[in-house]
Design a protein around this ligand. Sequence first.
Ligand SMILES: *Cc1c(COP(=O)(O)O)cnc(C)c1O
Length: 359
Amino acid sequence: MTSFQTRAVHAGLEPDPTYGSVIPAIHQTSTYRQSAVGEFVGDYDYARSANPTRFALEQALGELEGGRAVAFSSGLAAAHALLVHVARTGDHVVLPADLYGGTFRLVDKVMTQWGLEYTLVDQTDLDALAAAIVPATKIVWVETPTNPLLNVVDVRGVVAHAAAAGPAPLVVVDNTFATPVNQRPLELGADAVVHSTTKYLGGHSDVVGGAVIARDDALYEGMRFVQNAVGSVPGPFDSFLVHRGLRTLPLRMKAHAESAAAVAEFLRATPGVSDVRWPGFSGMVSFRHADAIGIAQRTRLFTLAESLGGVESLIEVPQAMTHQSVEGSDAAVPADLVRLSCGIEAPADLVADLRAAIG
Ligand SMILES: *Cc1c(COP(=O)(O)O)cnc(C)c1O
């Protein structure tokens, strides 16, 4: 098999059969002409159900994660599709004790209204994880590295503990922070991968999207059913943008990691800065500082903004910005935590910007 870097360039791309354009056309259409009643090409009868531009993206995502992909209008729409397909009233899910605030809000504020129960657990402690799995547990939801504390979870260990439980819950990994460049959960035994393609996969802060990549056909069919029934589909142009992002993903992830390594090294040597976290790959770095808010407002290259994973660097204070929905819960984050998404600018410029802002 060709290397990941090569596959990222070619995945899901077939030259257009009509004109031979190397990059296929964006099928910006809501419907398709039928040659006779009920006769249409493939499954292309209506664009909520199927669209060639979206299908090309799904082929690419499936190839890169090693499963079958279904694209959604956002990362949370993808998470929602998995939850509603797998869990029923009275069922239970295990969530990480530090996770993306929006995923927590979806379960805590929406799904609990339909009778879903959950337990938060520190998944770096596999014994605690095993103890949190009960007979009603349908999903062990893993996020690694976690957002915003960047803890790394042993996916193989989680899979082993889930398999030992009876009945065994599905292991779902939110792979948004690692990307398939650094971690392919299906190869580690997970049942499904979730992405916010808004972040590294799109990579240019110009699109919101999500995906589920399933190991087996039944789960894939279930995702397709929810995608069509709920209507949480990405538009053709958004699908095109994410697909274009995938082609440079390995290059970008390398540059993100170089930036993050330089930034983490600088921060570790800076007085007043504590608890510097960088998992050793990807561009996410977090640290604590008494003047967290002041620093976030003084950087010039790092833009003060939510989100992450774009080519430009971003800075934020999770407790006040992205993680308000976990405030007061066991998933709460420290108020003096700063989260950086290190972009692909020159690492020395990023360090200089932080040095000036920290003062
Ligand atoms: C942003 C994010 C999500 C949600 O994705 P959206 O595209 O914003 O809906 C889920 N998980 C993680 C880890 C994220 O960073």
